[in-house]
Design a protein around this ligand. Structure first.
Ligand SMILES: Nc1ncnc2c1ncn2[C@@H]1O[C@H](COP(=O)(O)OP(=O)(O)OP(=O)(O)O)[C@@H](O)[C@H]1O
Ligand SMILES: [Mg+2]
Length: 319
């Protein structure tokens, strides 16, 4: 019998990832939410917090192919999409596909490449199509981008324009591990069970097929999301546009992101209905990259997180 995707696949995927990634459970859940909703994520974290290892592990557990592109100032759009090369023997052009033709793409340090190259990626994200010399090519159905951004704004980087950040469903922040986790990492590193060795050893099973992922998406459509809660999410997003410290609030893509991610969060919690807490828990990752504060409040040291918290606190929760 086929397993119930909601009740079996998601917990199994979590458990397999946990064999490699120590702690970071909220981050792993947010990645799974992005994957099951067929969206893309911005991933932020200082070097060495296992951003690359996490995406590689997720690709392995979900049984899809994985590629990584290091963005640099001299990276050209064709370096990621591919080019038509003239084949002298055949006397014709043949397409050399770029690294973008994969299911899970880790776009490392996206803010180090100029706008032209960034937009080649963003267009592919939006349309799941790549255009090379007037021909369009479809990307795999599970094409998901995890784009990392360095939280420290170095000189010579190209911060993503606001309009482009909006295309990422969530901003996933990976912070340094707690002491217990770091201790476990330290111990494992000294033995045979380092995170990399565990991933390479075959101890981590792929638990999902492309068909399972499709079934899971179908099942999400059947979850209950009460009308009052849809209204609650809509009002939360609209409130960002009126908040006194906010210069630019969130657009309608944020409303879509909040509802779709909350529904997936309910599924991850093993429920077939969405609660107000699901919606509250998704406000931070949905809004973190979408609000611009008024400069005078930023100078005072107010953070986007604090604004999001105050918005959530002020909004009456439907009964
Ligand atoms: N929570 C964790 N669980 C397992 N391994 C971890 C964890 N945090 C750090 N590591 C270890 O840290 C090392 C660095 O991981 P990784 O290369 O994925 O980091 P990164 O965030 O991609 O860094 P960079 O920004 O430099 O690319 C890995 O070798 C991994 O073993
Ligand atoms: Mg890395």
């Amino acid at each position: 019998m086929n397993p119930d995707p909601l009740k079996e696949i998601l917990p199994a995927a979590r458990a397999e990832v946990a064999k490699v990634i120590i702690g970071q459970t909220a981050v792993v859940d947010q990645c799974l939410i992005v994957i099951v909703t067929g969206q893309h994520a911005l991933v932020e974290g200082v070097p060495g917090v296992a951003k690359t290892l996490l995406v590689r592990t997720l690709a392995h557990v979900l049984g899809v192919d994985f590629a990584r592109i290091q963005f640099t100032p001299d990276l050209m759009p064709a370096d990621i999409t591919g080019t038509n090369v003239f084949n002298l023997q055949k006397n014709e052009f043949t397409l050399i596909r770029g690294p973008i033709f994969t299911s899970f793409l880790l776009a490392d340090e996206i803010n180090r490449a100029p706008a032209k190259t960034q937009s080649a990626l963003l267009q592919a994200m939006q349309e799941r199509l790549v255009t090379i010399d007037r021909d369009t090519h479809p990307l795999p159905p599970n094409f998901t981008v995890f784009a990392t951004q360095n939280p420290i704004e170095y000189e010579g980087t190209y911060p993503l324009p606001e309009a482009q950040k909006d295309r990422f469903m969530l901003k996933i922040v990976m912070s340094a591990p707690g002491r217990d986790e770091e201790y476990t990492l330290a111990q494992r590193t000294l033995g045979r069970e380092s995170p990399e060795a565990t991933l390479a050893s075959g101890a981590v099973r792929p638990v999902v097929s492309a068909a399972d992922l499709q079934a899971l998406r179908e099942q999400l459509l059947g979850l209950t999301l009460r009308e009052e809660l849809i209204g609650y999410a809509v009002d939360l997003i609209r409130a960002t546009r009126r908040h006194e410290s906010v210069l630019v609030g969130a657009g309608p893509r944020a409303t879509q992101a909040l509802l779709l991610s909350s529904r997936a969060a309910a599924a991850l919690a093993g429920r077939d209905f969405v609660t107000p807490d699901d919606i509250k828990s998704m406000c931070e990752p949905v809004l973190a990259h979408r609000l611009i504060l008024r400069p005078e409040f930023e100078i005072e040291g107010l953070s986007v997180s604090e604004v999001i918290q105050s918005l959530v606190q002020q909004m009456a929760v439907p009964r």
